[in-house]
Design a protein. Structure first.
Length: 134
C-alpha cells in the first residue's frame, strides 16, 4: 500500500493509540511519531448498552470498545478540522471493527486503507514494513 506524503497513520488497540505522519514519499515512507491528545473514554462503545452477562461483553471488553469509540471520535475531529487529509488505520481486528462503527462520513472519504493487525508496541520500522507490503 502506498502511503501518501503527509498521510497520518493511526496504530491502535483497545488501550493505546499512536499517530505517525509520513514525512517521506510514497515510494520511501518514513513515519514520524506525532503527539496524541488523550482519548476520551466516556463513550462506552457498542457494548455498553448491555448488562454484563455470559452472553455480553465483560467490563474489560467494554473499556476497550469505549477506547476504540474515543479513538474514532478523535480521528473524526482531526479529519473535520482539516488536520488529516489521508489516513491509514492499523488496529487489532476487534478494535478495527469497533472503530468502523464510529467513522464519520468525511473520515471514510480520506481513508486510504485499513490493516487488521495489532502493531501497538512495535517499532516504526516494523510498521513501515507492514504498511508497505499491504
Amino acid at each position: 500500500m502506498d502511503i501518501p506524503k503527509g498521510a497520518t497513520v493511526a496504530v491502535a488497540d483497545g488501550e493505546k493509540l499512536n499517530l505517525f505522519r509520513n514525512t517521506g514519499d510514497e515510494a520511501n515512507p518514513k513515519l514520524t511519531a506525532t503527539d496524541v491528545e488523550d482519548v476520551a473514554n466516556e463513550n462506552k462503545g457498542s457494548g455498553a448498552r448491555h448488562q454484563s452477562s455470559s452472553a455480553n461483553p465483560d467490563s474489560g471488553q467494554i473499556e476497550e470498545d469505549s477506547f476504540a469509540a474515543g479513538t474514532a471520535e478523535l480521528l473524526n475531529r482531526k479529519v473535520l478540522g482539516g488536520q488529516i487529509a489521508n489516513l491509514i488505520i492499523i488496529a487489532s481486528p476487534r478494535t478495527l471493527g469497533e472503530l468502523r462503527k464510529h467513522y464519520h462520513q468525511k473520515l471514510s472519504a480520506v481513508l486510504v486503507g485499513e490493516i487488521a493487525k495489532d502493531l501497538t508496541g512495535h517499532s516504526v520500522q516494523e510498521i513501515e514494513k507492514v504498511v508497505s507490503s499491504a
